[in-house]
Design a protein around this ligand. Structure first.
Ligand SMILES: Cc1cc2nc3c(=O)[nH]c(=O)nc-3n(C[C@H](O)[C@H](O)[C@H](O)COP(=O)(O)OP(=O)(O)OC[C@H]3O[C@@H](n4cnc5c(N)ncnc54)[C@H](O)[C@@H]3O)c2cc1C
Length: 422
């Protein structure tokens, strides 16, 4: 692997047979997460492909010329030509491997991958999921001198990192940006000495053997496992939803509201998230139609009052969406009135769906006891029905799902694990 500056770019990248270039920065958690993956791919493919690192802050004009706007950004070059995707954010090893297909024959990649030596790493505790619950559990375990690994399929932070403002997490007088709050939590846990394996692919988890296979060739073995995989937005599962997800349909106002400046938006849902996010989206959008299945909102009273007095927001109560379509740039939502059965089509620039959440338990098989909605049942020490397996945070069966309740669960699980290991 080579580190170069802008002056060497033409020689080392454009004149090379093929190259993968990582623009990185310092104090950049996703860059830190990428570094060991980049290195291991260099060990595997370095004899055929140049793996090159460029420090973005000191090579700004080159980065800007190449359209690199954030760190890390990974670019692929074949005989001096840019090929493949531009990878940014929490970059997975599998995403880089996928793009190597633009540089090397597929059979060669497969052969090289299968020559990898599987590795096994041993820990006292493995925390799966790096939201508030998992980060807190890992922090407590680490401070109790328990050798801990935190594993996440994305970058750490969980739902908080996509929440635009948090005003009810104690300790802060002013509302906090969600991504900053989750960044602070994550840095505190990492600084303590927790091993991070984030933005990885998890192929398999065997809760009985307490093994987790990541990125195909690495086995993590632990004496105890805390599941803190949280929850994800529930899909409505109606025609057009999957097709237009990310292309007109969004589940995250913090991520996408900014694209709807002076535009018309449909919001599906009437609970806290839908109504609070409608308020946020109304800073950008010119018109919002909220479609809600009940005859009144279920959001808290303060949020309701704000929504009812917001001139940009109108409501369609006792109505449900039946299909989503696209016509040119416009999204078309077919909405059925549940009382009369009549249907109308609402045209808008985009759709936000806030229809509740579902537990992220798909990885864990059927042996874990869950409630009828799929959330993991635990005792008050966060123990599940399986020996040595704990669950904490939104993934757990409970009444209230907040950051404070997630960190409380994480605390309890970690203390219980540390005691058992003693
Ligand atoms: C839009 C929005 C606004 C909110 N606002 C507030 C608020 O203002 N105040 C408040 O207290 N609460 C708020 N909440 C709720 C709060 O964010 C959650 O209760 C809290 O984040 C739950 O934490 P958690 O760690 O249990 O799970 P999550 O935050 O869901 O984190 C789970 C983590 O697990 C990872 N993961 C998922 N699946 C896997 C897998 N298979 N393998 C490995 N890792 C996995 C995810 O990538 C994620 O990092 C809000 C939620 C949303 C969606």
């Amino acid at each position: 692997m080579q580190e170069i500056t802008a002056t060497e770019f033409d020689k080392e990248v454009l004149n090379a047979e093929c190259a993968v270039v990582d623009f990185y920065s310092t104090e950049c958690p996703p860059c830190e997460a990428l570094a060991p993956k980049f290195e291991s791919l260099n060990n595997l493919f370095g004899h055929r492909v140049k793996f090159i690192k460029i420090f973005r802050q000191q090579n700004r004009s080159l980065a800007e010329k190449l359209g690199v706007k954030s760190s890390p950004t990974v670019l692929f070059y074949n005989k001096g030509q840019r090929v493949g995707e531009v990878l940014t954010g929490g970059i997975k090893k599998s995403e880089i491997i996928k793009n190597l297909q633009h540089l090397l024959p597929e059979e060669e990649i497969t052969k090289q991958l299968s020559s990898q030596q599987p590795t096994v790493s041993l820990f006292d505790a493995a925390v799966i999921g790096g939201g508030p619950a998992g980060l807190t559990a890992a922090l407590y375990l680490c401070q109790a001198k328990v050798k801990t690994v935190l594993i996440d399929i994305a970058l750490p932070g969980g739902q908080v990192s996509t929440t635009h403002q948090v005003s009810n997490y104690p300790g802060f007088i002013e509302p906090q940006h969600g991504y900053m709050l989750s960044h602070q939590m994550s840095e505190q846990t990492k600084l303590c000495g927790t091993t991070y394996k984030v933005a990885v692919d998890i192929a398999r988890v065997d809760l009985n053997k307490k093994t987790i296979i990541i990125d195909d060739y690495e086995t993590v073995k632990a004496k105890k496992i805390i599941i803190a995989t949280g929850a994800s937005p529930r899909l409505l599962d109606i025609p057009g939803e999957k097709k237009y997800k990310g292309h007109g349909i969004s589940y995250c106002a913090t991520c996408d509201a900014k694209y709807f400046h002076d535009k018309e938006v449909v919001i599906i849902g009437g609970g806290n998230t839908a109504i609070e996010e409608a308020d946020f989206i109304s800073r950008f959008a010119s018109k919002i139609t909220i479609v809600h299945q009940l005859d009144k909102l279920t959001a808290n009273k303060t949020a309701q009052e704000k929504a009812f007095t917001n001139p940009k927001i109108s409501f369609l109560f006792e109505s449900e969406p039946r299909a989503f379509e696209k016509s040119g740039d416009r999204m078309l939502t077919t909405v059925e009135n549940l009382k009369t059965g009549s249907r109308q089509i609402i045209s808008s620039d985009g759709i936000f769906i806030f229809a509740g959440m579902k537990a992220n338990t798909q990885l864990f098989g059927n042996e874990l006891k869950t409630d009828p909605w799929g959330y993991i049942i635990t005792d008050e020490d966060m123990r599940t029905n399986m020996d040595g397996i704990f669950a904490a945070g939104d993934v757990r069966s409970k009444k209230y799902r907040q950051i404070t309740t997630a960190v409380a669960d994480g605390t309890i699980a970690a203390i219980a694990v540390a005691k058992e290991l003693d």
